[in-house]
Design a protein around this ligand. Structure first.
Ligand code: FAD
Ligand code: HEM
Length: 476
């Protein structure tokens, strides 16, 4: 079935194109950032207009201007992240999903979009395959932007789109997420004119597989949602072009194999790389072009500008094996922009409760260094979990930090010895009501950790983590 080629959103109700055709984004955002404006359909979509200025700047992905510090929205969250996080040591397949933040009553568009989602949920794989088939057949020029082999990751684009559309009403969280995503898309070579192509193929795939419920209003709802989502991403990318490169080259300067499958890798970026302790970046190796994976910074920003990562090679993993077993000093990798909200709030003096599982200890170490550099005497309690004692590859560093800082306590939690999962220790210690919680590790550990923290009464806004599958996982 062919995708529609008419402009059904352009009926005056659209938050979008103003006569420019399918999903054609406006050049200028119409509302000021945060300005709420109801569409005729009743959805506060217009509130999603971002701070970016122009969609017309195009993807100057080669740009090499010196970056200044990036804005990091406090509420941004990874949306649909099927990555495994920092190693599987604590994963429990049966973990319940994270709670989602309470949302206002759904708009008519959101209701239609959720109906579509329910319809295609059980056949999401087919929808994904069809979506990419449409995209690459109709727009072969876009194929080279994607990795040669699109196996484990290929549903990310579609899943993000669907989840973003589903959460259209939760604008604050969504806008921050989409701005981040738009900035991150510069490294793929994505340009504003690519968005209509993706939008048409999305509608083509949805209308085919949700044909039982598909009608004009449903299509118009999706067109509005997609147009709005695209506009936020495009504006954010355009704004980012003015102050930062699309990617950084970085030379490996040291490679330290700590265990047979974990390496600490230090790189020197080709130009200053501003980031905050607790954030992560995306990495592409020279051996698998266009295959990007996320890795957390293992230190707070250093005066010598070097960046380090702790990488665990997972069985048959493309990027992790290349980094652990192949990369050597002198090799050049590419880095995307920094992302993530697991950063220290220096406006409070609350304690920090930190749970790091496996290589999830890397950003926790960065947070500890950040607190130390700010000279604050806030209590920091770190629980460092691993399956075996051998997997506690960075315990010596953490214990050294504990010796130098009286406000820091580090407790190893070895799963096999104690028959205790890392999140369970939260209940054994505490009370934690004066603490902000930071969780880093496999998604299963994060899910159960968040569950325990919420159970003992820690409000969602005091819980920070990345690498989960839900958009509004810990939203207020
Ligand atoms: C925000 C964030 C931060 C991250 N930070 C780090 C970090 O600091 N250090 C780090 O090592 N990783 C980190 N990760 C995980 C990392 O991004 C990759 O997912 C991981 O390195 C695997 O990538 P790959 O290309 O090697 O494997 P893929 O090619 O993606 O996967 C290959 C196969 O391995 C399986 N697999 C993937 N991951 C695991 C796993 N953990 N255990 C068992 N099987 C697996 C897949 O299901 C697949 O079958 C982070 C992830 C996120 C989302
Ligand atoms: C509203 C529109 C879009 C959304 C919500 C979206 C979302 C995503 C997400 C979530 C990912 C996963 C990796 C990441 O977080 O960066 C991704 C990857 C990617 N996107 Fe998009 N995207 C959109 C539009 C586009 C467009 C227009 C293009 C250009 C053709 C594009 C090209 C890519 C490429 C090349 C990848 C990497 C794929 C991979 O690693 O396998 N995206 N997208």
């Amino acid at each position: 079935m062919n995708a529609p080629t008419t402009t059904s959103a352009d009926d005056g109700t659209s938050g979008g194109s103003g006569g420019g055709g399918w999903f054609t984004p406006r050049n200028q955002p119409q509302t000021p950032p945060g300005g709420a404006q109801q569409t005729p359909e009743g959805s506060p979509l217009a509130a999603m207009r971002s701070v970016g200025r122009s969609a017309s700047a195009g993807g100057a992905e080669q740009s090499r201007t010196h970056p200044s510090s990036r804005e990091t929205a406090p509420t941004e969250r990874p949306l649909t992240e099927p990555e495994r996080g920092h190693g599987a040591a604590f994963s429990k397949p049966q973990d319940p999903p994270l709670r989602t933040a309470p949302e206002p009553e759904a708009s008519p568009d959101a209701v239609r979009i959720r109906r579509t989602m329910a319809e295609i949920g059980p056949i999401a794989d087919k929808v994904t395959s069809y979506f990419y088939a449409l995209l690459f057949v109709r727009h072969p020029d876009l194929r080279p932007l994607f990795p040669a082999a699109m196996d484990t990751q290929r549903d990310r684009l579609l899943r993000a789109l669907l989840t973003a559309a589903e959460h259209m009403d939760n604008t604050e969280v969504l806008v921050a997420y989409l701005q981040n995503l738009g900035r991150g898309h510069r490294k793929y070579g994505t340009r504003p004119e690519h968005y209509p192509a993706v939008g048409e193929c999305l509608i083509g795939a949805l209308s085919k597989y949700a044909s039982a419920i598909w009608d004009e209003q449903t299509e118009a709802a999706w067109v509005r949602a997609y147009t709005t989502i695209s506009q936020v991403m495009i504006d954010a990318a355009a704004a980012d072009e003015l102050r930062a490169p699309a990617w950084w080259y970085a030379e490996v300067v040291s490679h330290d194999l700590r265990t047979p499958d974990i390496a600490v890798i230090t790189v020197r970026p080709d130009q200053p790389y501003p980031f905050l302790a607790g954030q992560y970046t995306s990495v592409e190796t020279p051996w698998w072009p266009r295959v990007w994976r996320h890795y957390s910074f293992a230190s707070a920003p250093r005066s010598d500008g070097l960046l380090s990562f702790h990488v665990k090679a997972v069985p048959a993993g493309w990027v992790s094996n290349a980094l652990v077993h192949r990369a050597r000093p002198g090799d050049a990798i590419r880095l995307g922009p920094p992302a993530g909200t697991m950063t220290v709030d220096h406006t409070t003096d609350s304690g920090l409760l930190c749970l790091g599982g496996g290589t999830g200890i890397a950003p926790i170490k960065a947070l500890v260094e950040d607190v130390a550099e700010h000279g604050e005497r806030r209590s920091v309690e770190v629980f460092y979990g691993a399956r075996t004692g051998h997997d506690l590859y960075d315990i010596e560093t953490m214990l050294r930090l504990q010796q130098s800082h009286p406000w820091l306590s580090v407790r190893p939690v070895v799963d096999q010895q104690a028959h205790l999962q890392l999140p369970d220790v939260i209940r054994e210690y505490g009370p934690w009501n004066e603490y902000d919680a930071y969780l880093s590790g496999p998604p299963g550990m994060i899910r159960s950790g968040v569950g325990v923290l919420r159970d003992i009464g820690i409000p969602a806004e005091r819980i920070r983590h990345d690498s989960v599958e839900e958009l509004v996982a810990a939203g207020p």
